[in-house]
Design a protein around this ligand. Sequence first.
Ligand code: PLP
Ligand code: ZN
Length: 500
Amino acid sequence: MKINKFPDYIKDYLIPKTSGNIIYKCLKCKEEFNIEKLLYVCPKCNSVLLLYDTEFERLKKVPSDIWRDIFDYRKMLNIPALKGIYLYYEFIGPVIPIDSIVYLGEGHTPCIEANSKLQDDFSQLFYFKNDGLNPSASFKDRGMASALSYINYLVSSEKISEILAICASTGDTSASAALYSSYLTSKVKSAVLLPYKKVTPQQLSQPLGSGASVFEIPGVFDDCMKIVEALSENYNVALLNSKNAWRISGQESYSFEISQDFDYDLKDKVILVPIGNAGNITAVLSGFLKFYETGIIDNLPKIIGVQSNHANPVYNYYNDENQNRKFIPMTVKPSVAQAAMIGNPVSMPRVIHLVDIYNKTADCSKVFFVSVSEQEIIDSQLIANRNGHIICTHGGETLAGMVKAKKDGFLKEHETAILDSTAHALKFSNFQQLYFDDNFDQEYNIKPKSKLKNFPILVKASGIEKFPAPGEPLIGNDFNTFVKKTAEEIANYLNLAKVK
Ligand SMILES: *Cc1c(COP(=O)(O)O)cnc(C)c1O
Ligand SMILES: [Zn+2]
Protein backbone atom coordinates (compact mmCIF):
# COMPACT_ATOMS: atom_id res chain seq x y z
CA MET A 1 0.00 0.00 0.00
CA LYS A 2 1.23 3.50 -0.83
CA ILE A 3 2.26 5.65 2.12
CA ASN A 4 -0.38 8.34 1.45
CA LYS A 5 -3.15 5.74 1.94
CA PHE A 6 -2.30 5.10 5.60
CA PRO A 7 -4.10 6.92 8.42
CA ASP A 8 -2.48 10.24 9.24
CA TYR A 9 -1.63 9.42 12.87
CA ILE A 10 0.64 6.56 11.81
CA LYS A 11 2.17 7.80 8.52
CA ASP A 12 5.19 9.49 10.06
CA TYR A 13 6.17 6.38 11.98
CA LEU A 14 6.06 3.90 9.13
CA ILE A 15 9.28 4.61 7.26
CA PRO A 16 11.84 4.88 10.04
CA LYS A 17 14.91 7.08 10.13
CA THR A 18 18.15 6.04 11.77
CA SER A 19 18.09 6.65 15.50
CA GLY A 20 19.49 5.40 18.77
CA ASN A 21 23.02 4.66 19.83
CA ILE A 22 24.06 1.02 19.63
CA ILE A 23 27.12 -0.16 21.53
CA TYR A 24 28.73 -3.48 22.42
CA LYS A 25 28.60 -4.26 26.10
CA CYS A 26 30.65 -6.91 27.86
CA LEU A 27 28.51 -9.12 30.07
CA LYS A 28 31.36 -9.70 32.50
CA CYS A 29 33.32 -6.47 33.03
CA LYS A 30 30.44 -4.25 31.77
CA GLU A 31 32.81 -2.26 29.58
CA GLU A 32 31.20 -0.63 26.52
CA PHE A 33 32.68 -0.48 23.03
CA ASN A 34 31.95 1.44 19.87
CA ILE A 35 30.38 -0.53 16.97
CA GLU A 36 32.48 1.11 14.26
CA LYS A 37 34.86 -1.81 14.66
CA LEU A 38 33.93 -5.49 14.33
CA LEU A 39 34.17 -7.05 17.80
CA TYR A 40 33.21 -10.53 18.95
CA VAL A 41 34.56 -10.73 22.47
CA CYS A 42 35.53 -8.12 25.01
CA PRO A 43 39.03 -6.77 24.23
CA LYS A 44 39.56 -6.41 27.98
CA CYS A 45 38.35 -9.69 29.47
CA ASN A 46 37.55 -11.88 26.46
CA SER A 47 33.93 -12.49 27.52
CA VAL A 48 30.97 -12.43 25.12
CA LEU A 49 29.23 -9.19 24.18
CA LEU A 50 25.66 -8.11 23.56
CA LEU A 51 24.40 -5.07 21.70
CA TYR A 52 22.58 -2.38 23.65
CA ASP A 53 20.87 0.78 22.58
CA THR A 54 21.95 3.41 25.11
CA GLU A 55 18.93 5.46 24.05
CA PHE A 56 16.43 2.61 24.46
CA GLU A 57 14.37 4.80 26.82
CA ARG A 58 13.19 6.85 23.84
CA LEU A 59 11.26 3.81 22.60
CA LYS A 60 9.24 3.77 25.83
CA LYS A 61 7.97 7.27 25.03
CA VAL A 62 5.95 5.94 22.10
CA PRO A 63 2.65 4.59 23.49
CA SER A 64 2.47 0.81 23.28
CA ASP A 65 -0.69 0.80 21.17
CA ILE A 66 1.09 3.03 18.66
CA TRP A 67 3.95 0.51 18.48
CA ARG A 68 1.50 -2.28 17.79
CA ASP A 69 -0.13 -0.22 15.05
CA ILE A 70 3.27 0.63 13.56
CA PHE A 71 4.17 -3.05 13.18
CA ASP A 72 0.73 -4.06 11.95
CA TYR A 73 0.49 -1.26 9.38
CA ARG A 74 4.13 -1.63 8.34
CA LYS A 75 3.26 -5.12 7.09
CA MET A 76 1.26 -3.47 4.32
CA LEU A 77 4.15 -1.34 3.08
CA ASN A 78 5.94 -2.58 -0.01
CA ILE A 79 9.43 -1.55 0.97
CA PRO A 80 11.63 -4.68 0.76
CA ALA A 81 14.05 -3.54 3.49
CA LEU A 82 11.17 -3.44 5.97
CA LYS A 83 9.55 -6.71 4.93
CA GLY A 84 11.80 -9.03 6.89
CA ILE A 85 13.28 -8.77 10.37
CA TYR A 86 13.57 -4.98 9.99
CA LEU A 87 9.83 -4.66 10.22
CA TYR A 88 10.92 -4.17 13.84
CA TYR A 89 13.61 -1.73 12.76
CA GLU A 90 13.70 0.38 15.92
CA PHE A 91 14.28 -2.75 18.03
CA ILE A 92 16.81 -4.52 15.82
CA GLY A 93 19.24 -2.16 14.16
CA PRO A 94 18.08 1.45 14.15
CA VAL A 95 21.56 2.76 13.32
CA ILE A 96 21.67 0.93 9.98
CA PRO A 97 20.39 3.09 7.10
CA ILE A 98 17.52 1.42 5.26
CA ASP A 99 19.46 1.30 2.00
CA SER A 100 22.13 -0.91 3.62
CA ILE A 101 19.61 -3.53 4.70
CA VAL A 102 19.97 -6.93 3.04
CA TYR A 103 16.59 -8.60 2.58
CA LEU A 104 16.36 -12.09 1.07
CA GLY A 105 12.91 -13.01 2.34
CA GLU A 106 13.78 -13.98 5.91
CA GLY A 107 11.39 -13.88 8.83
CA HIS A 108 7.60 -13.74 9.13
CA THR A 109 7.50 -17.51 9.03
CA PRO A 110 4.08 -19.07 9.52
CA CYS A 111 2.85 -20.10 12.93
CA ILE A 112 0.87 -23.23 12.12
CA GLU A 113 -1.67 -24.69 14.52
CA ALA A 114 -1.05 -28.39 15.11
CA ASN A 115 -3.80 -30.45 13.48
CA SER A 116 -6.67 -31.57 15.67
CA LYS A 117 -5.44 -35.16 15.88
CA LEU A 118 -2.11 -34.07 17.37
CA GLN A 119 -3.81 -31.65 19.75
CA ASP A 120 -6.12 -34.43 20.90
CA ASP A 121 -3.31 -36.96 21.21
CA PHE A 122 -1.13 -34.60 23.26
CA SER A 123 -4.04 -32.89 25.13
CA GLN A 124 -2.53 -29.53 24.36
CA LEU A 125 -3.26 -26.52 22.20
CA PHE A 126 -0.04 -25.94 20.29
CA TYR A 127 1.55 -24.40 17.22
CA PHE A 128 4.70 -24.90 15.22
CA LYS A 129 6.49 -21.77 14.13
CA ASN A 130 8.06 -23.02 10.91
CA ASP A 131 11.43 -21.33 10.72
CA GLY A 132 12.43 -23.84 8.07
CA LEU A 133 10.58 -21.53 5.67
CA ASN A 134 13.43 -19.03 5.69
CA PRO A 135 15.56 -18.55 2.53
CA SER A 136 18.27 -21.04 3.50
CA ALA A 137 15.70 -23.17 5.31
CA SER A 138 16.63 -22.41 8.92
CA PHE A 139 16.18 -19.64 11.50
CA LYS A 140 19.85 -18.70 11.11
CA ASP A 141 18.80 -16.34 8.28
CA ARG A 142 17.29 -13.96 10.84
CA GLY A 143 20.65 -13.34 12.46
CA MET A 144 22.55 -13.42 9.20
CA ALA A 145 20.33 -10.72 7.67
CA SER A 146 21.25 -8.55 10.64
CA ALA A 147 24.99 -9.36 10.62
CA LEU A 148 25.34 -8.85 6.85
CA SER A 149 23.24 -5.67 6.84
CA TYR A 150 25.63 -4.29 9.44
CA ILE A 151 28.68 -5.40 7.43
CA ASN A 152 27.11 -3.93 4.29
CA TYR A 153 26.67 -0.66 6.16
CA LEU A 154 30.31 -0.67 7.31
CA VAL A 155 31.57 -1.38 3.80
CA SER A 156 29.19 1.12 2.15
CA SER A 157 30.24 3.86 4.55
CA GLU A 158 33.88 2.90 3.92
CA LYS A 159 34.54 2.13 7.54
CA ILE A 160 35.96 -1.19 6.40
CA SER A 161 36.82 -2.77 3.05
CA GLU A 162 37.25 -6.25 1.58
CA ILE A 163 35.65 -8.55 4.05
CA LEU A 164 36.23 -12.25 4.42
CA ALA A 165 33.31 -13.56 6.45
CA ILE A 166 34.03 -16.81 8.26
CA CYS A 167 32.13 -19.21 10.50
CA ALA A 168 32.14 -22.66 12.03
CA SER A 169 28.90 -24.49 11.75
CA THR A 170 26.80 -27.54 12.47
CA GLY A 171 25.49 -26.93 8.95
CA ASP A 172 22.85 -24.24 8.98
CA THR A 173 24.98 -21.25 10.00
CA SER A 174 27.32 -21.89 7.08
CA ALA A 175 24.43 -22.34 4.65
CA SER A 176 23.02 -19.02 5.76
CA ALA A 177 26.37 -17.16 5.97
CA ALA A 178 27.33 -18.33 2.49
CA LEU A 179 23.95 -17.32 1.07
CA TYR A 180 23.91 -13.81 2.49
CA SER A 181 27.60 -13.23 1.71
CA SER A 182 27.11 -14.31 -1.88
CA TYR A 183 24.34 -11.72 -2.26
CA LEU A 184 27.02 -9.13 -1.45
CA THR A 185 29.56 -10.95 -3.56
CA SER A 186 31.48 -7.89 -4.75
CA LYS A 187 31.99 -6.78 -1.14
CA VAL A 188 32.10 -9.96 0.92
CA LYS A 189 33.80 -13.33 0.38
CA SER A 190 32.93 -16.22 2.64
CA ALA A 191 34.59 -19.28 4.11
CA VAL A 192 32.96 -21.91 6.30
CA LEU A 193 34.34 -24.66 8.52
CA LEU A 194 32.28 -27.80 8.97
CA PRO A 195 32.90 -30.89 11.09
CA TYR A 196 33.78 -33.64 8.59
CA LYS A 197 30.79 -35.94 7.92
CA LYS A 198 28.78 -34.26 10.71
CA VAL A 199 26.50 -32.20 8.47
CA THR A 200 23.84 -33.54 6.14
CA PRO A 201 24.43 -33.69 2.34
CA GLN A 202 21.85 -30.92 1.87
CA GLN A 203 23.62 -28.68 4.35
CA LEU A 204 26.96 -29.33 2.64
CA SER A 205 25.48 -28.56 -0.77
CA GLN A 206 24.26 -25.14 0.35
CA PRO A 207 27.56 -23.25 0.96
CA LEU A 208 29.09 -25.09 -2.02
CA GLY A 209 26.27 -23.82 -4.19
CA SER A 210 26.70 -20.29 -2.89
CA GLY A 211 30.36 -20.37 -3.88
CA ALA A 212 31.91 -20.21 -0.42
CA SER A 213 35.26 -21.80 0.43
CA VAL A 214 34.18 -24.88 2.36
CA PHE A 215 36.62 -26.56 4.76
CA GLU A 216 35.87 -29.90 6.37
CA ILE A 217 37.60 -30.45 9.70
CA PRO A 218 37.96 -33.73 11.60
CA GLY A 219 36.09 -33.68 14.94
CA VAL A 220 32.86 -32.07 16.05
CA PHE A 221 31.51 -28.52 15.97
CA ASP A 222 33.30 -27.49 19.17
CA ASP A 223 36.64 -28.26 17.45
CA CYS A 224 35.73 -26.17 14.38
CA MET A 225 34.71 -23.30 16.64
CA LYS A 226 38.16 -23.22 18.28
CA ILE A 227 39.83 -23.00 14.87
CA VAL A 228 37.56 -20.17 13.77
CA GLU A 229 38.31 -18.36 17.02
CA ALA A 230 42.04 -18.76 16.38
CA LEU A 231 41.53 -17.35 12.88
CA SER A 232 39.50 -14.39 14.10
CA GLU A 233 42.06 -13.57 16.81
CA ASN A 234 45.03 -13.66 14.46
CA TYR A 235 43.74 -12.63 11.05
CA ASN A 236 41.57 -9.97 9.57
CA VAL A 237 38.24 -11.80 9.19
CA ALA A 238 34.62 -11.13 10.07
CA LEU A 239 33.25 -13.80 12.37
CA LEU A 240 29.66 -14.83 11.59
CA ASN A 241 29.10 -17.28 14.43
CA SER A 242 26.60 -16.38 17.10
CA LYS A 243 29.49 -14.93 19.10
CA ASN A 244 28.76 -12.06 16.74
CA ALA A 245 26.23 -10.03 18.72
CA TRP A 246 24.51 -8.79 15.53
CA ARG A 247 23.32 -12.33 14.94
CA ILE A 248 21.55 -12.30 18.31
CA SER A 249 19.87 -8.96 17.52
CA GLY A 250 18.45 -10.29 14.26
CA GLN A 251 17.21 -13.47 15.88
CA GLU A 252 15.19 -11.44 18.37
CA SER A 253 12.75 -10.95 15.49
CA TYR A 254 11.48 -14.45 16.32
CA SER A 255 10.02 -13.17 19.60
CA PHE A 256 8.66 -10.01 17.99
CA GLU A 257 6.88 -12.11 15.36
CA ILE A 258 5.32 -14.45 17.91
CA SER A 259 4.04 -11.37 19.73
CA GLN A 260 2.48 -10.12 16.51
CA ASP A 261 1.23 -13.60 15.49
CA PHE A 262 -0.87 -13.66 18.67
CA ASP A 263 -2.01 -10.03 18.49
CA TYR A 264 0.41 -9.15 21.31
CA ASP A 265 -1.50 -11.28 23.81
CA LEU A 266 1.05 -13.62 25.36
CA LYS A 267 -0.84 -14.56 28.47
CA ASP A 268 -0.56 -18.33 29.04
CA LYS A 269 1.79 -18.74 26.07
CA VAL A 270 4.75 -21.08 26.35
CA ILE A 271 7.62 -21.00 23.87
CA LEU A 272 9.72 -24.13 23.36
CA VAL A 273 13.13 -23.79 21.69
CA PRO A 274 15.92 -26.29 21.03
CA ILE A 275 19.32 -25.31 22.42
CA GLY A 276 22.69 -25.88 20.75
CA ASN A 277 25.14 -23.00 20.90
CA ALA A 278 22.41 -21.14 22.86
CA GLY A 279 22.27 -18.11 20.57
CA ASN A 280 18.63 -18.75 19.75
CA ILE A 281 17.37 -18.93 23.31
CA THR A 282 19.46 -15.84 24.15
CA ALA A 283 17.71 -13.92 21.39
CA VAL A 284 14.27 -15.24 22.33
CA LEU A 285 14.70 -14.10 25.95
CA SER A 286 16.13 -10.73 24.96
CA GLY A 287 13.43 -10.10 22.36
CA PHE A 288 10.51 -10.71 24.69
CA LEU A 289 12.16 -8.57 27.37
CA LYS A 290 12.39 -5.63 24.97
CA PHE A 291 8.73 -5.87 23.96
CA TYR A 292 7.73 -6.23 27.62
CA GLU A 293 9.77 -3.23 28.75
CA THR A 294 8.12 -1.03 26.13
CA GLY A 295 4.65 -2.32 27.02
CA ILE A 296 4.08 -3.86 23.59
CA ILE A 297 3.27 -7.13 25.37
CA ASP A 298 1.71 -7.28 28.85
CA ASN A 299 2.99 -10.72 29.76
CA LEU A 300 6.33 -12.45 29.45
CA PRO A 301 5.66 -15.91 28.02
CA LYS A 302 7.20 -18.98 29.62
CA ILE A 303 10.32 -20.17 27.83
CA ILE A 304 11.29 -23.84 27.82
CA GLY A 305 14.71 -24.78 26.46
CA VAL A 306 14.99 -28.32 25.11
CA GLN A 307 18.13 -30.43 24.72
CA SER A 308 18.89 -33.99 23.71
CA ASN A 309 20.26 -36.31 26.39
CA HIS A 310 23.27 -36.59 24.06
CA ALA A 311 24.13 -32.88 24.22
CA ASN A 312 22.54 -31.31 27.29
CA PRO A 313 25.08 -29.16 29.16
CA VAL A 314 22.60 -26.29 29.58
CA TYR A 315 19.94 -28.61 31.00
CA ASN A 316 22.52 -30.12 33.38
CA TYR A 317 23.54 -26.68 34.59
CA TYR A 318 20.00 -25.66 35.45
CA ASN A 319 19.14 -29.06 36.85
CA ASP A 320 21.91 -28.71 39.44
CA GLU A 321 20.28 -27.47 42.65
CA ASN A 322 23.58 -26.26 44.08
CA GLN A 323 23.57 -22.48 44.50
CA ASN A 324 27.24 -22.29 43.52
CA ARG A 325 26.78 -24.45 40.47
CA LYS A 326 29.34 -24.15 37.72
CA PHE A 327 28.81 -24.59 34.03
CA ILE A 328 30.48 -27.80 32.88
CA PRO A 329 31.01 -28.34 29.15
CA MET A 330 30.34 -31.90 28.02
CA THR A 331 31.54 -34.29 25.36
CA VAL A 332 28.59 -34.79 23.05
CA LYS A 333 27.27 -38.02 21.58
CA PRO A 334 25.70 -38.23 18.11
CA SER A 335 22.26 -36.68 17.86
CA VAL A 336 19.60 -36.53 15.17
CA ALA A 337 19.13 -32.94 16.35
CA GLN A 338 22.53 -32.53 14.77
CA ALA A 339 22.54 -28.74 14.56
CA ALA A 340 22.24 -28.63 18.34
CA MET A 341 25.01 -31.17 19.03
CA ILE A 342 27.15 -28.78 21.02
CA GLY A 343 28.89 -29.46 24.32
CA ASN A 344 30.28 -26.02 25.09
CA PRO A 345 27.75 -23.37 23.99
CA VAL A 346 29.34 -20.03 23.22
CA SER A 347 26.32 -18.08 24.49
CA MET A 348 26.12 -19.74 27.92
CA PRO A 349 27.15 -16.54 29.77
CA ARG A 350 24.43 -14.68 27.88
CA VAL A 351 21.85 -17.31 28.87
CA ILE A 352 22.81 -17.17 32.54
CA HIS A 353 22.64 -13.37 32.47
CA LEU A 354 19.28 -13.18 30.67
CA VAL A 355 17.49 -16.02 32.46
CA ASP A 356 18.19 -14.20 35.68
CA ILE A 357 16.80 -10.90 34.36
CA TYR A 358 13.81 -12.65 32.76
CA ASN A 359 12.76 -14.37 35.99
CA LYS A 360 13.34 -11.22 38.01
CA THR A 361 11.32 -9.11 35.60
CA ALA A 362 8.46 -11.62 35.67
CA ASP A 363 8.82 -11.91 39.45
CA CYS A 364 8.59 -15.71 39.20
CA SER A 365 10.27 -18.61 37.42
CA LYS A 366 9.45 -18.33 33.74
CA VAL A 367 12.36 -20.18 32.13
CA PHE A 368 12.67 -23.96 32.30
CA PHE A 369 14.80 -26.67 30.74
CA VAL A 370 14.07 -30.25 29.75
CA SER A 371 16.09 -33.06 28.23
CA VAL A 372 14.79 -35.75 25.87
CA SER A 373 16.02 -38.99 24.29
CA GLU A 374 17.03 -39.48 20.68
CA GLN A 375 14.18 -41.95 20.28
CA GLU A 376 11.66 -39.38 21.52
CA ILE A 377 13.09 -36.73 19.19
CA ILE A 378 12.84 -38.67 15.97
CA ASP A 379 9.55 -40.41 16.78
CA SER A 380 8.04 -36.97 17.51
CA GLN A 381 9.33 -35.54 14.24
CA LEU A 382 7.94 -38.41 12.16
CA ILE A 383 4.58 -38.28 13.93
CA ALA A 384 4.25 -34.51 13.41
CA ASN A 385 5.17 -34.82 9.74
CA ARG A 386 2.49 -37.50 9.30
CA ASN A 387 0.02 -34.86 10.46
CA GLY A 388 0.68 -32.19 7.88
CA HIS A 389 3.73 -30.52 9.39
CA ILE A 390 7.18 -30.00 7.89
CA ILE A 391 9.27 -29.94 11.02
CA CYS A 392 12.94 -30.92 11.24
CA THR A 393 14.54 -33.12 13.88
CA HIS A 394 14.90 -30.04 16.12
CA GLY A 395 11.19 -29.39 15.74
CA GLY A 396 10.80 -33.02 16.85
CA GLU A 397 13.01 -32.18 19.79
CA THR A 398 10.67 -29.37 20.86
CA LEU A 399 7.62 -31.64 20.50
CA ALA A 400 9.32 -34.29 22.64
CA GLY A 401 10.22 -31.44 24.98
CA MET A 402 6.57 -30.41 25.16
CA VAL A 403 5.64 -33.90 26.39
CA LYS A 404 8.45 -33.79 28.95
CA ALA A 405 7.49 -30.29 30.09
CA LYS A 406 3.90 -31.45 30.72
CA LYS A 407 5.23 -34.35 32.76
CA ASP A 408 7.56 -32.11 34.74
CA GLY A 409 4.71 -29.66 35.40
CA PHE A 410 6.21 -26.73 33.48
CA LEU A 411 3.43 -26.75 30.91
CA LYS A 412 -0.22 -26.76 31.93
CA GLU A 413 -3.21 -27.94 29.98
CA HIS A 414 -4.79 -24.47 29.72
CA GLU A 415 -1.63 -22.98 28.21
CA THR A 416 -0.78 -22.62 24.53
CA ALA A 417 2.57 -23.97 23.41
CA ILE A 418 4.51 -22.55 20.48
CA LEU A 419 7.18 -24.93 19.23
CA ASP A 420 10.19 -23.71 17.31
CA SER A 421 10.85 -25.87 14.27
CA THR A 422 14.21 -24.32 13.52
CA ALA A 423 14.79 -25.80 10.06
CA HIS A 424 13.01 -27.53 7.19
CA ALA A 425 12.45 -31.28 7.36
CA LEU A 426 14.19 -31.72 3.99
CA LYS A 427 17.56 -30.70 5.45
CA PHE A 428 17.53 -33.75 7.69
CA SER A 429 15.82 -36.34 5.48
CA ASN A 430 18.87 -38.61 5.83
CA PHE A 431 17.83 -39.27 9.45
CA GLN A 432 14.36 -40.21 8.29
CA GLN A 433 15.99 -42.65 5.87
CA LEU A 434 18.22 -44.16 8.59
CA TYR A 435 15.04 -44.69 10.62
CA PHE A 436 13.14 -46.36 7.80
CA ASP A 437 16.13 -48.59 7.02
CA ASP A 438 16.82 -49.32 10.72
CA ASN A 439 20.36 -48.25 10.02
CA PHE A 440 21.29 -45.93 12.88
CA ASP A 441 24.68 -46.38 14.51
CA GLN A 442 24.28 -47.97 17.89
CA GLU A 443 25.28 -44.78 19.68
CA TYR A 444 22.01 -43.09 18.76
CA ASN A 445 20.09 -45.73 20.62
CA ILE A 446 17.13 -45.52 18.24
CA LYS A 447 14.84 -48.48 17.57
CA PRO A 448 12.52 -47.67 14.65
CA LYS A 449 8.81 -48.36 15.15
CA SER A 450 7.43 -50.22 12.16
CA LYS A 451 4.22 -48.15 12.11
CA LEU A 452 6.33 -45.03 11.46
CA LYS A 453 8.32 -46.53 8.60
CA ASN A 454 7.48 -45.92 4.97
CA PHE A 455 8.93 -47.16 1.70
CA PRO A 456 8.25 -46.55 -1.97
CA ILE A 457 6.60 -49.47 -3.77
CA LEU A 458 7.91 -50.35 -7.21
CA VAL A 459 5.00 -51.32 -9.42
CA LYS A 460 5.89 -53.63 -12.27
CA ALA A 461 2.55 -55.15 -13.10
CA SER A 462 2.51 -58.87 -13.78
CA GLY A 463 1.36 -60.12 -17.16
CA ILE A 464 3.13 -57.45 -19.21
CA GLU A 465 6.47 -57.74 -20.93
CA LYS A 466 7.24 -54.24 -22.09
CA PHE A 467 7.80 -51.26 -19.83
CA PRO A 468 8.56 -47.68 -20.86
CA ALA A 469 12.07 -46.39 -20.27
CA PRO A 470 13.63 -42.93 -20.62
CA GLY A 471 13.90 -42.20 -24.35
CA GLU A 472 11.99 -45.38 -25.19
CA PRO A 473 8.27 -44.66 -24.82
CA LEU A 474 5.74 -47.42 -25.44
CA ILE A 475 3.17 -46.94 -28.19
CA GLY A 476 -0.12 -48.46 -29.30
CA ASN A 477 -1.36 -51.63 -27.60
CA ASP A 478 1.79 -52.05 -25.53
CA PHE A 479 1.19 -48.66 -23.98
CA ASN A 480 -2.52 -49.26 -23.37
CA THR A 481 -1.80 -52.60 -21.69
CA PHE A 482 0.90 -51.04 -19.53
CA VAL A 483 -1.45 -48.28 -18.33
CA LYS A 484 -4.37 -50.63 -17.71
CA LYS A 485 -2.42 -53.34 -15.84
CA THR A 486 -0.41 -50.88 -13.76
CA ALA A 487 -3.56 -49.00 -12.74
CA GLU A 488 -5.19 -52.31 -11.80
CA GLU A 489 -2.25 -53.34 -9.68
CA ILE A 490 -2.27 -50.04 -7.76
CA ALA A 491 -6.05 -50.24 -7.32
CA ASN A 492 -5.65 -53.74 -5.96
CA TYR A 493 -2.94 -52.70 -3.58
CA LEU A 494 -5.04 -49.79 -2.28
CA ASN A 495 -8.24 -51.83 -2.21
CA LEU A 496 -10.03 -49.26 -4.34
CA ALA A 497 -13.71 -49.71 -5.10
CA LYS A 498 -14.69 -49.65 -8.79
CA VAL A 499 -16.83 -46.78 -10.11
CA LYS A 500 -20.31 -48.16 -10.80
C1 PLP B 1 21.64 -23.63 14.99
C2 PLP B 1 20.49 -24.51 15.11
C3 PLP B 1 19.95 -24.85 16.36
C4 PLP B 1 20.56 -24.43 17.66
O1 PLP B 1 20.47 -23.04 17.85
P1 PLP B 1 21.49 -22.30 18.81
O2 PLP B 1 21.27 -20.87 18.59
O3 PLP B 1 22.85 -22.76 18.41
O4 PLP B 1 21.16 -22.75 20.19
C5 PLP B 1 18.81 -25.62 16.39
N1 PLP B 1 18.23 -26.06 15.25
C6 PLP B 1 18.74 -25.76 14.04
C7 PLP B 1 18.06 -26.29 12.83
C8 PLP B 1 19.88 -24.98 13.92
O5 PLP B 1 20.37 -24.71 12.72
ZN1 ZN C 1 34.87 -7.52 29.47
